[in-house]
Design a protein around this ligand. Structure first.
Ligand SMILES: NC(=O)c1ccc[n+]([C@@H]2O[C@H](COP(=O)([O-])OP(=O)(O)OC[C@H]3O[C@@H](n4cnc5c(N)ncnc54)[C@H](OP(=O)(O)O)[C@@H]3O)[C@@H](O)[C@H]2O)c1
Length: 301
C-alpha cells in the first residue's frame, strides 16, 4: 500500500518513524523545501511543490497512492486546501494529522488576532522589545511597525530583512520553558508575537510569557478543509489500516477485472482489438471502447 505524507512538522516525522516499521507500507514523506537542511528520515522523501491541485492529482494517479496524510503545519493553508481538492477529485482517502490549537490558561495575557498584519498593529504604537517567532516567511508584515526592536527567531536566516531594528537568532525546536524564560529576561522582552501553532515543541514560550506576566500577540489558526482529522500518528496509522486497506483492495479488484477483460479481448500486434472492442490510438481503452478512467490510477511506478 502506498502512502503519501505531506510533511514539514514533527508529527509528520513521528508518523514516518511508525510507517518505516511496516514492511507492507510504502511511504513517501513530502517537503515543500522551505528549510535548507532536512532531517534524515527512515522513509523515502521528495522535495518541492506538486504544481497546484492538478500537479497533485497527477502525482497521486501516477504513483498509485492509496492514502494521503496531510501532516502539514496548521498554517500551511494552501497545501491543505490542495490536498482536500485532489483527494476529492481522485477518490484517494485523505486524513489530516494536525495538532490542536493552544488555548489560554489563567495567567495568560493573550491578544488574539486573525493575521500577521493585525499582529503587527496589535503590538501598539509605542516602541517595544518584541520576541517574534512567526517564521522567516512571515516577517514582511512587521515592516509596517518598524518602531519596535525585534528579536527574531527562525530555523533558517531570513532572505531579506526590512526591519531597521532587529536581531536574528537561528534555532530549531523543541524549546523548553526555562530556557525561553531566560531568553526573555536577558533580552528584556516586553511582548511575544507568535502564531497559534499548537503542539508541545514550541509551547515553552507561552509558559515563559505567563511566568513573566508578558502580553502575547497570537495569530489564530486558519480554518481547515472539512476532512477526517486525527491528533496523533498512531491514529493516522489506524486510518491507513482501515480506509487505506479498503481502497487498496478496491484498486486491486479493479485491476484484476481490467486484466480479465483484457484477456477475454486480446489486442492484436497491430494495436487493433477483438471485433467487439476498440482501442484508442495509444492502445489504451476498455474492451467496450470507452476510455477506462482507472487505467492511469492503477499504474504504480
Ligand atoms: N506556515 C507555517 O507557519 C509553517 C510552520 C512550520 C512548518 N511549515 C511547513 O512548511 C511547509 C510550507 O508551508 P507553507 O505555509 O509555505 O505552505 P502553503 O502556503 O500551504 O503551501 C504553498 C505551496 O507550497 C507547496 N507545499 C507546501 N507544503 C508542501 C509539502 N509538504 N510537500 C510539497 N509541497 C508543499 C505547495 O506547492 P504546489 O502548489 O506547487 O504543490 C503549496 O501549494 C509545509 O510543509 C509546512 O508543513 C509551515
Amino acid at each position: 500500500m502506498r502512502i503519501l505524507v505531506l510533511g514539514g512538522t514533527s508529527e509528520a516525522t513521528a508518523l514516518a518513524a511508525l510507517l518505516a516499521r511496516r514492511r507492507d507500507l510504502d511511504a513517501v514523506l513530502s517537503y515543500a523545501g522551505r528549510t535548507a537542511e532536512l532531517k534524515r528520515q527512515p522513509v523515502a522523501t521528495r522535495v518541492g511543490g506538486f504544481g497546484g491541485v492538478d500537479g497533485l492529482v497527477g502525482y497521486l494517479t501516477e504513483h498509485g497512492v492509496d492514502v494521503v496524510v496531510d501532516a502539514t503545519h496548521p498554517f500551511a493553508e494552501q497545501m491543505s486546501r490542495h490536498a482536500a481538492e485532489a483527494a476529492a477529485r481522485t477518490g484517494v482517502p485523505l486524513v489530516a494529522l494536525t495538532r490542536a490549537a493552544w488555548t489560554p490558561v489563567p495567567g495568560d495575557r493573550w491578544v488574539e488576532v486573525e493575521s500577521l498584519d493585525a499582529a503587527a498593529t496589535a503590538i501598539g504604537a509605542k516602541p517595544r522589545r518584541v520576541l517574534l517567532t512567526v517564521g522567516r516567511l512571515g516577517l514582511k508584515a512587521f515592516e509596517a511597525a518598524p518602531q519596535h526592536h525585534y528579536l527574531i527567531r527562525s530555523i533558517d536566516p531570513p532572505d531579506e530583512l526590512g526591519l531597521p531594528n532587529a536581531h536574528v537568532i537561528l534555532d530549531r525546536p523543541p524549546f523548553d520553558a526555562g530556557a525561553e524564560e531566560a531568553l526573555m529576561r536577558s533580552e528584556r522582552i516586553q511582548v511575544l508575537v507568535t502564531k497559534n501553532s499548537g503542539g508541545k515543541a514550541t509551547s515553552g514560550k507561552l509558559a515563559a510569557a505567563r511566568a513573566l506576566g508578558l502580553p502575547v500577540v497570537i495569530v489564530r489558526q486558519p480554518a481547515r478543509p472539512d476532512v477526517p482529522t486525527v491528533r496523533d500518528p498512531a491514529a493516522a496509522m489506524r486510518f491507513i489500516d482501515t480506509t487505506g486497506v479498503a481502497r487498496a483492495a478496491e484498486r486491486a479488484r479493479d485491476r484484476a477485472e481490467a486484466e480479465a477483460a483484457a484477456a477475454d479481448h486480446p489486442v492484436s500486434p497491430d494495436g487493433a482489438v477483438s471485433p467487439e472492442g476498440a482501442v484508442s490510438p495509444d492502445g489504451a481503452g476498455s474492451p467496450d471502447g470507452t476510455p477506462d478512467p482507472d487505467t492511469g490510477a492503477d499504474r504504480g511506478v
